[in-house]
Design a protein around this ligand. Sequence first.
Ligand SMILES: [Zn+2]
Length: 598
Amino acid sequence: MNKYLIIALFIMIASLDETYAQSSVAFHVSFSEPQAHYADIEMTLDGNTADFTEVKMPVWAPGSYLVREFSKNVESFSAQGADKKALTTVKLNKNTWRIDNPSRGAIKINYRVYCFEISVRTSFVDEAHAFLSPTGIFMYPADKINMPVTVSVTPFKDWKKISTGLDVVSGKANTFRAKDFDILFDTPLEIGNQDVFEFDAAGVHHEVAMVGGGNYDKLRLAEDMKRIIEKESAIYGENPNKKYVFIVHNYQKGGGGLEHLNSTVLGASRLAYSTDKGYKSFLGLVAHEYFHLWNVKRLRPKALGPFDYSNENYTRELWIAEGFTAYYDNLILCHTAAYTPEKYLEVLCEDINIVSNQPGAKVQPVTESSFDAWIKYYRPNENSKNTGISYYNKGAVLGAMLDLEILHATNAKTGLAEVMKAMYDEYYKKQQRGYTGEEFKAMAEKMSGLNLDNFYRDYVNGTSPIQYGVHLGHAGLTIINDNEGSSKLSTGLTLSATTAKLTITGVERASAAWIGGLNVNDELIAADGNRINDKAELDNLLSFKKAGDKMEMLVARDGLIKKCVITLKTDDTAKYRIVADKNATAAQMQIRKKWLGL
Ligand SMILES: [Zn+2]
C-alpha cells in the first residue's frame, strides 16, 4: 500500500464519518417492563426549521404485502422542546402525529410500543429477549426520511448480545447507524443472549443468531449454509454484502422468513433440525431468504422501492420476486446435492399439483394474484382456493417451465439463472432502478432468442393449463398423472371435526357440493340417512356409489335443519410425478444436466 492510497482512504473514512455526524435523528431504545412486552422509545430530532414537525409510523413491513397498522401498538406519545417543556401534539390520522414547535429547537419524543406478536415481521419483547422489527418500532419524520439515523440500545438486565446488520458506531457501546430510514426499516435487531455462530462464505462474513434453543448442529449447519450461499452467489457473479446476519427464531412450531438487504429473520421449529424433512425444510428457507438479497432486495420490480410506508405498494411482478425465489430455493438444494434429482422433481410436483388442482388457478392470472396480494393472499377466506392461486406456487412452476424453455432454445448454454444475472447487472447495477414486467420479458427474450408472447398470454397474464409435458420433455422428462382415469368419487367438501361437530370449512368450485348448495359453516349431520361423524364415514358411503348417483345431505345451517341433494362426480384431482426417459437424446440430457446441476 503506498502513502497516497493511505491518505485517500483517510479522506474517505473522514467524509463517511462526516455524513453520520450530521445525523439529526437519534433513537434510544430501552425496556422498563419487558415482562409486559413493552419497548420504550425516545426519538430526538434536531435541525428543525419549521414551526411544527410530523412523524409517522409505517403501516407495513416491506417483503410482507399487508397493511398491518403498526401504530395500533403505540401508546403514551409525548414530546418536549429543548427547554424540557412539553410541546403540543396532535394525532392527524392513524399513523401520523404533529408536534407544534414554535421555537424550532430540538425535539425529544417519547412513546411505548407493545410487542407481543411472534412472527418474522412483527416485534416481540419478554424478559428473555427483544426482537425489534423496525417498521413497527421506529417512527420517521415525514420530511426527513433520507436523513442518517442512529440507534442506541440499553439492553434489559443481563442481556449481553445484539445481532443486527446495522453499522456499529465505533467507540459507543450498543450504538448503531443507518444512512437513511430505508436502511433502518430494512434492518431488524435481536437483543438478548442468543447463541451466535459465525462462518465465511463467498467472501462474506456470516453471523447466525439462534434464539430459543433447539437441537441444531452448528458445524453441519454452517457447512450446508455455506454451500447454498456459494451456489447462489455464483448465479449473480457477486455477493454485494460485507457482512450478513441470520436471526433465527426457534419456536415449538415455527416457519417462514423475511428478507432484508444484509440480514434475514427465519422462523424454525426448535426440535425439527434432527429430522431429514425438518432439516431440509430449514435449508430451503435459508436458500429462499438468501436468494432474496439479490431478487427483490436489489433486483426489484419498479413499485418495490423507494417505498411508500403509509400505503399499499402495488406490483404485478411478485410471481418473479417471490415465485422465482421459491423456484430457486428448491433447485439450489438439488445443485448442492441436499436433494437428489428424484427428490427435487418430487418437490417440483408438489407445486405442479397445487397449480393443477386449485380451482382458483383457472380464475386468477398470476399477475393479478401479485397485484392483489394486499387484499387476497394475506387475507385468505373460505373461498380463496376457488378464486385465486398463490404467486409463490405458480411463480415457482413458471420459473421451472421458463428455465426449461430458455435452456431448450439455447442448447443448454443459457438458462433462467443467466437472465436473472443479466437483469441484476442491467437494472440494479447499471440503471440503479426497478424493472417493469415488460423489461423482464424483453430480457428473457433477448437472452434466449425466444418470442415469449404466447407464454405470457397463456401462463402469466392468462390461466390456460400449463403444458408440463412439452416443457419437461426438453430435458427428457415425462409427467404422469397417477390419478388419471380414476373412478374414485369426490364431494368437493373440506371438513373439520371441532367440538364434536362435523363442520364444512371448504366447498370446491364446480364440485358436487358446490352445485348442490352445501355451504361453508354448515354442520354436516347425515348422508343418505346415515349419521356422519367424520370424513372416513362419508368416504365409506361414497365407496358404494358411482358417478351420477344422488346423495341426500342433512345439514344444520344457522340453527335450522336443511336437506341438500348432491349429484356425485368423480374426483379429478391430479397427482403428478415426473420420470426420466431412459431413451433421452444427448441434447435432452445436456439440458437435464445443466438444469439440475448434475
Ligand atoms: Zn420470499
